[in-house]
Design a protein around this ligand. Structure first.
Ligand code: ZN
Length: 326
């Protein structure tokens, strides 16, 4: 798992900004302190020179390098003590501290692994990125099974609610156990049965775990792919790359976009790319397999039915039900 390039970049920029702010604040406080206590400036200057002094002492010692080094070290300690006492006497605790991250020194990395402070910033940036996609009302907790009838449908011999209980459980499991190779879901069923709601609930939960999530309506998706192909700006290329590389791509309402040859070939290419890379997709659609085959191509229909786990949505349009209640 990894944060998307955008999230990581934003987190690193925040850390760098924080470091710069801290350094300039400290420099300003130091100048104030020097103005108040000239001796402090003297001590800091002597401490800065101590490495050079040590080298010089060794050079001039004429043999007894250890004793010379020791003398410099003792002088250094004495200066540090004096500085500490001076600061403690005149300033509030911590006022002249350099508050860098004690683990990484604000570089964001300890060796080759990411420091806790940068990880935290990634989580914040990820939340911000998700906030731009999700409104907050699309969690699993807001999904209401009571909109689905518990009466057995004589034709299907099962109650819609029983089917939806299974669908909901499957979606929760998918999100909870999401990994880099979680497989793909195809959410099928009529309009207004909660497909988008559950796709978004999964996306949000998976995003909060730190994965890069892309959500697009079918029209938005093909719009972006078209732009990248026919009007290739740097930004358009970046957007298309995100669609190919996100840990999870959600395509909502496949089949509602304007049909055409470009759409079919772009869809086929995107599906193949992501399937080959083993990258997860969630697609929602009102179309069944025959309709998918007719609208796109038999190859696309076969990919969608062969490589995706199908989850069925049954019931009566929830928006119509809500409308009736008013
Ligand atoms: Zn750190």
């Amino acid at each position: 798992m990894g944060y998307s390039t955008q999230v990581l970049r934003a987190a690193r920029e925040t850390l760098a900004q924080r470091r710069a702010d801290r350094e300039s604040e400290l420099a300003a406080r130091q100048q104030q302190a020097y103005a108040k206590l000239p001796r402090l400036r003297e001590i800091d200057s002597l401490l800065r020179q101590s490495a050079a002094k040590a080298a010089q002492a060794v050079f001039l010692s004429g043999g007894d390098a250890r004793a010379a080094m020791e003398a410099v070290k003792q002088e250094n300690l004495r200066l540090q003590e004096e500085r500490k006492a001076l600061v403690a006497e005149h300033f509030a605790p911590g006022w002249l501290d350099d508050n860098r991250c004690p683990h990484c020194g604000d570089t964001g990395y300890v060796g080759s692994s990411m420091c806790h402070c940068l990880k935290q910033l990634c989580v914040q940036e990820q939340r911000k990125a998700l906030g731009a996609i999700f409104s907050g009302n699309e969690g699993f907790e807001n999904f209401r099974l009571d909109y689905y009838s518990d009466r057995v449908d004589p034709r299907l011999r099962i109650a819609p609610r029983a089917v939806m209980e299974k669908t909901l459980a499957h979606c929760r499991d998918y999100a909870r156990h999401f990994t880099d190779h979680a497989g793909n879901l195809l959410l099928t069923g009529g309009t207004g049965l909660g497909k988008t709601h559950l796709a978004l609930a999964m996306g949000r939960a998976i995003g909060e775990m730190g994965y890069g999530v892309c959500y697009e309506s079918a029209a938005g998706l093909f719009g972006k792919l078209e732009k990248a192909k026919f009007y290739p700006t740097e930004e358009a290329a970046l957007e298309a790359k995100k669609l190919e590389e996100a840990d999870l791509l959600i395509v909502d309402d496949l089949g509602t976009e304007m049909p055409g040859q470009f759409v079919t070939s772009a869809l086929y290419q995107l599906l193949n790319q992501r399937l080959m890379a083993g990258k997860a997709m969630i697609i929602t659609t009102n179309l069944n397999v025959e309709e998918l085959g007719q609208r796109y191509s038999p190859q696309i229909a076969s990919r969608l039915y062969g490589e995706f786990t199908r989850l069925t949505f049954l019931g009566e349009d929830i928006r119509v039900q809500k409308h009736k209640m008013w």
